[in-house]
Design a protein around this ligand. Structure first.
Ligand SMILES: [Fe+2]
Length: 176
């Protein structure tokens, strides 16, 4: 099932309908959560497990524990997120001339898929009480693309690194 999904996404990346095809495939994947959960090795901790990464495509499982708010960041790639378990709170922002301005957020739950454009800026938190497990798909190599990270209070922009991302995580202020 997971292997089929990865193969389907890889094939789609070379077509003009990559975005719609991958979104459909991700929707089908997370729609059958029970079957999918059987195939996933879960850690019960904040772990990103990469299933596939090349220049065109990254597919990973992100496990996120409730209790913290992650910092705003972009991806510079088309991004799709499908929720397997739990729920993910997304705060969205738009860039102004000088910094970021918060816009309407969204919470997605099991079986739902969220798409973001490459310039989208978001910050996530697991809604809780359970851990959030989500399949993240990026239309490119997420570990090598140059991305932006924003300070959680001042919104000052800087190049994203895992170290600074971790430093900017705060106790949660997010609610449903
Ligand atoms: Fe993100």
């Amino acid at each position: 099932m997971l292997d089929d999904f990865i193969a389907r996404c890889r094939a789609a990346t070379t077509t003009e309908t990559a975005l719609t095809d991958i979104r459909a495939a991700l929707g089908e994947l997370v729609a059958d959560r029970a079957a999918l959960a059987d195939q996933l090795e879960l850690h019960g901790a904040d772990v990103d497990q990469v299933f596939h990464e090349d220049d065109r495509l990254t597919i990973m499982l992100c496990e996120t524990s409730p209790g913290t708010d992650q910092p705003p960041h972009d991806h510079q790639l088309h991004t799709m997120i499908g929720i397997v378990d739990g729920a993910e709170v997304h705060r969205f922002f738009h860039r102004t001339d000088t910094d970021l301005a918060p816009t309407k957020g969204r919470t997605i739950g099991p079986g739902e898929v969220l798409s973001m454009t490459p310039d989208a800026v978001h910050a996530i938190a697991a809604l809780g009480p359970e851990q959030c497990r989500a399949i993240h798909v990026y239309l490119g190599s997420i570990s090598t693309v140059e991305r932006s990270l924003f300070h959680p209070e001042t919104f000052t922009e800087e190049p994203l690194s895992i170290e600074r991302y971790t430093e900017f995580i705060r106790p949660t202020s997010t609610s449903a």
